[in-house]
Write a protein that binds this ligand. Structure first.
Ligand SMILES: *[C@@H]1O[C@H](CO)[C@@H](O)[C@H](O)[C@H]1NC(C)=O
Ligand SMILES: *[C@@H]1O[C@H](CO)[C@@H](O)[C@H](O)[C@H]1NC(C)=O
Ligand SMILES: *[C@@H]1O[C@H](CO)[C@@H](O)[C@H](O)[C@H]1NC(C)=O
Ligand SMILES: *[C@@H]1O[C@H](CO)[C@@H](O)[C@H](O)[C@H]1NC(C)=O
Ligand SMILES: *[C@@H]1O[C@H](CO)[C@@H](O)[C@H](O)[C@H]1NC(C)=O
Ligand SMILES: *[C@@H]1O[C@H](CO)[C@@H](O)[C@H](O)[C@H]1NC(C)=O
Ligand SMILES: *[C@@H]1O[C@H](CO)[C@@H](O)[C@H](O)[C@H]1NC(C)=O
Ligand SMILES: *[C@@H]1O[C@H](CO)[C@@H](O)[C@H](O)[C@H]1NC(C)=O
Ligand SMILES: *[C@@H]1O[C@H](CO)[C@@H](O)[C@H](O)[C@H]1NC(C)=O
Length: 441
């Protein structure tokens, strides 16, 4: 009995940070220490042994699965020529007792002991000057992998026949980060076998250029989020009859070379809720027909794009919009007295860093759902006490800074307000105890 207990304690100490069953085992020991009666353990000891044996049988002696530990070390070895400082110090290949689930960037399922997340971003640097080609098969041992981050690794492409198509064997992969690498359009050709589990694909900050086609993404029939920002794409060719990307909810196309035609091609995504097409050249006019085709959109970001002044006149047809952001869009003149005010569901609008001037239009009173209003860094004028701002009773955050407003606004007029910024805060009366001043950098 004493021997068993000794072994049990040794096991617990050794396996202190391990996962499976430790709580139960430790509990017995702690209980036992507390009472200082070895015989107390009598009726439980065989349970502990069963659990220990079960654990050893399942996970091997090392806490993480041996084949996954080997695969991690293979990955480590594969990067050795692509980095100056060796980035894997916590991945100790010499220490056979070290549990790979505790290694930096590795996360395991607490029940199965299998690796479920690998954050391998920035494990390779470009300084070697070599283009890095990748062997996707290195990841096949991680059969429960859900999340793989390979961003910022200077990867230019895949080794022939060891490409993206291999990932279809990862039946649980949901999130794949490939951003900030050197992939060109040839990566699209390797999307051949389906990855039905994939929900999020990040390919931002790569070297995709020219046009991409909706059929390029047919392998991902359950994809919900696609990030293609900061590439050189100028066209997204879509067809009505394709059911690729039919579950897409979030699309980031910011900082590419798109023009106004992009809105028309996005009308085929029935589930799209969040769209970022900021940082493109969107000059030229939209028709209300094009905009109303996107009337399921809830969030639209156009920041840092040149857009036509008539946009705010026409945007009223996008009647599901909750968030609209047009920072730095070179918009000028006065705010239109119609159109945008018809967005009854609008909760947040950011009109900052434009050249708007004149008074706030009275139609704003119709924005009864508005909670966040940023008018900062424009040339608005007029007495805010006489504006319709006080009708916006849901307003929580209001930024009026760097404009030419006059007048005061009483806190009692905007009871929900928790944050207010004005060009001259002393001129605006409000209850300081309720406000947090937001600062713009
Ligand atoms: C690293 O470079 C050396 C010398 O060029 C080479 O012998 C070795 O096979 C390379 N290792 C890997 C993993 O590419
Ligand atoms: C861990 O694995 C178990 C058993 O397969 C599963 O029920 C659970 O959802 C998994 N947990 C995570 C966080 O993946
Ligand atoms: C790697 O990605 C994670 C999340 O995706 C992030 O928190 C972390 O900062 C990234 N690492 C580096 C070095 O950028
Ligand atoms: C890719 O990795 C797998 C698994 O480690 C290996 O069997 C295969 O030989 C590698 N392919 C190439 C071309 O190096
Ligand atoms: C695109 O990347 C592949 C490697 O994946 C490379 O062979 C090809 O030359 C690249 N194409 C261009 C136009 O750079
Ligand atoms: C895309 O980039 C490649 C070089 O990487 C170039 O040869 C090709 O002309 C570019 N295509 C477009 C449409 O810009
Ligand atoms: C707005 O800007 C455009 C182009 O910069 C200019 O042609 C137009 O006159 C401006 N309108 C107003 C009202 O300032
Ligand atoms: C609010 O909208 C209605 C129609 O949508 C319009 O008739 C009314 O003038 C608007 N209110 C204001 C204050 O502009
Ligand atoms: C300011 O707000 C605080 C917290 O809501 C409240 O207790 C206080 O009575 C208010 N003061 C005035 C002058 O309204």
């Amino acid at each position: 009995m004493v021997v068993v207990l000794f072994q049990l304690k040794t096991y617990c100490a050794w396996n202190y940070k391990s996962k499976l069953s430790k709580n139960f085992v430790n509990l017995i020991v702690i209980e036992n220490q507390k009472n200082n009666k070895i015989m107390e353990l009598g009726r439980y000891w065989w349970w502990a042994v069963v659990l220990v044996l079960f654990h050893l049988g399942m996970n091997g002696v090392l806490g993480c699965w041996e084949q996954e530990r080997i695969a991690l070390l293979q990955y480590k070895a594969s990067t050795i020529n692509y980095t100056d400082e060796y980035n894997f110090t916590p991945w100790d290949s010499a220490d056979k007792e070290s549990d790979c689930c505790e290694w930096e960037g590795v996360k395991c399922n607490i029940t199965t002991g299998h690796v479920i997340q690998l954050a391998l971003n920035v494990t390779m640097t470009y300084s070697s000057g070599r283009e890095r080609y990748f062997n996707a098969s290195l990841f096949l041992p991680f059969e429960e992998l859900q999340y793989l981050d390979l961003s910022s690794n200077s990867i230019a492409g895949w080794i022939p026949n060891e490409g993206f198509e291999r990932f279809s064997a990862l039946r649980m992969l949901e999130v794949l980060h490939l951003g900030d690498n050197d992939f060109n359009n040839s990566i699209l050709q390797s999307f051949t076998s389906t990855i039905p589990s994939l929900k999020e694909l990040h390919l931002d900050s790569n070297s995709l250029n020219g046009s991409i086609h909706i059929q390029d993404f047919k392998a991902f029939n359950n994809l919900e989020e696609l990030y293609l920002g900061r590439n050189y794409i100028n066209e997204f060719v879509t067809t009505e009859d394709s059911n690729s990307l039919s579950k897409l909810q979030v699309l980031d196309l910011s900082y590419n070379n798109f023009n106004t035609r992009i809105l028309k091609s996005l009308a085929v995504f029935p589930s799209l809720k969040i769209l970022n097409i900021g940082g493109n050249n969107l000059e030229g006019s939209y028709t209300t027909k094009e905009l109303s085709a996107l009337n399921n959109l809830e969030q639209l970001y156009l920041d840092d794009s040149s857009i036509d002044n008539s946009f705010l006149h026409k945007v009223g047809v996008m009647n599901s919009l909750k968030v609209l952001s047009v920072q730095y869009c070179n918009l000028n003149g006065s705010l239109p007295a119609q159109g945008w005010c018809e967005l009854r569901k609008l909760q947040e609008i950011d009109l900052s860093y434009n050249n708007f001037e004149g008074m706030l239009p009275s139609c704003m009173a119709n924005l009864t759902s508005l909670q966040v209003l940023d008018l900062s860094n424009n040339h608005f004028t007029g007495n805010i006490a006489h504006s319709r701002l006080p009708s916006l009773t849901s307003l929580r955050v209001l930024d009026l800074s760097n404009n030419h407003f006059t007048g005061d606004i009483a806190h009692s007029q905007l009871p929900s307000l928790t944050s207010l910024t004005g060009s001259n805060p002393r001129k605006i009366w409000f209850n300081f105890s309720k406000f947090r001043i937001i600062k713009h950098v």
